[in-house]
Unconditional design. Structure first.
Length: 294
């Protein structure tokens, strides 16, 4: 019964990974290859996690170590089959690798304090990634569709891991989803001038729209810093812009709560300008928005 449950969980996660139902029409070879490569990258990232490997090997669980070894074996097999053009076989082997790595983690339960910390981190990451993903989906063109699909699939996998109590795995999937969102957002921001024309029926609704937009853009800053690794002088600029942004953001919320929506909007838009400057310093180009006057 336990084996069947794990197998069903792995199959569901694999189906969610590509962001499409299992009953969907069979994809072409290029799409199948991309899906297999994505699975292999996920398996590789799990295998390269030294903390995970050490936790498993020092757990004293022979079953956990055996599943880890099986995961490595199936990952290697999947790579060989992919190189030979056997997409179906490679996909099955990659799914087997994911299944065994998941079962290895299940045999090594986290300590309660660490588990709670990982759970809290998951909830924060999930909220941030979903907000960013919604922002990207609203702007993405055909060039960004692959990143949107990959991020959605990884978020789905993360949710599945979290339901099983595997918060470390869930957070690793979210980190990969973040990278896809950042890549897609970077292309979008560089390729187009974003249309930020406000379409609100009232000043209060306008503020809410600007607030959601501001938070989604601000969430890009830590991702840009982590993935683009700006130099020390750029980091100093980012910190200064971040401080200015935080002060203006706080003022915007205070004015809104006191009923001064016009002043709240002015502070919020100026805060967004400092977010854009921080992103520019990090190396992520964010054009000036159209349709508003900060």
């Amino acid at each position: 019964m336990t084996s069947d449950r794990h197998l069903g969980s792995a199959a569901l996660a694999a189906a969610l990974l590509v962001g499409a139902p299992a009953q969907a029409q069979a994809p072409d070879d290029a799409t199948q290859r991309a899906q297999v490569e994505q699975r292999l990258k996920l398996v590789a990232s799990l295998l390269s996690d030294s903390r995970r490997a050490q936790r498993i090997t020092t757990s004293g669980s022979a079953e956990a170590v055996a599943h880890l070894d099986e995961g490595r074996l199936h990952h290697s097999l999947a790579g060989d089959l992919l190189a030979k053009g056997d997409l179906s076989g490679a996909r099955k082997a990659a799914d087997e690798a994911l299944k065994h790595l998941g079962m290895a983690s299940r045999h090594v339960p986290d300590a309660p304090a660490r588990r709670e910390a990982a759970k809290a981190r998951h909830e924060q990451l999930l909220a941030s990634v979903e907000r960013l993903l919604e922002s990207l989906r609203a702007r993405a063109g055909r060039a960004e569709a692959a990143d949107v699909t990959a991020a959605m699939g990884l978020v789905a996998v993360s949710r599945q891991h979290a339901q099983e109590g595997r918060y470390d795995d869930a957070n690793q999937s979210l980190a990969q989803a973040e990278r896809h969102v950042l890549a897609g957002m970077n292309r979008t921001l560089n390729a187009t001038t974003l249309d930020y024309t406000v379409r609100a029926g009232s000043p209060v609704e306008e503020f809410q729209i600007e607030l959601a937009r501001h938070r989604g853009t601000a969430d890009l800053i830590p991702l840009a810093v982590r993935d683009l690794q700006p130099r020390a002088e750029a980091m100093a600029q980012i910190e200064r812009f971040g401080e200015s942004r935080s002060a203006l953001y706080a003022q915007a919320l205070q004015h809104f709560q006191s009923g001064d929506v016009v002043q709240a909007l002015a502070h919020l838009r100026n805060a967004t300008l400092f977010v854009q400057r921080a992103l520019l310093a990090a190396g992520l180009v964010a054009p000036q928005p159209t349709g508003t006057t900060p």
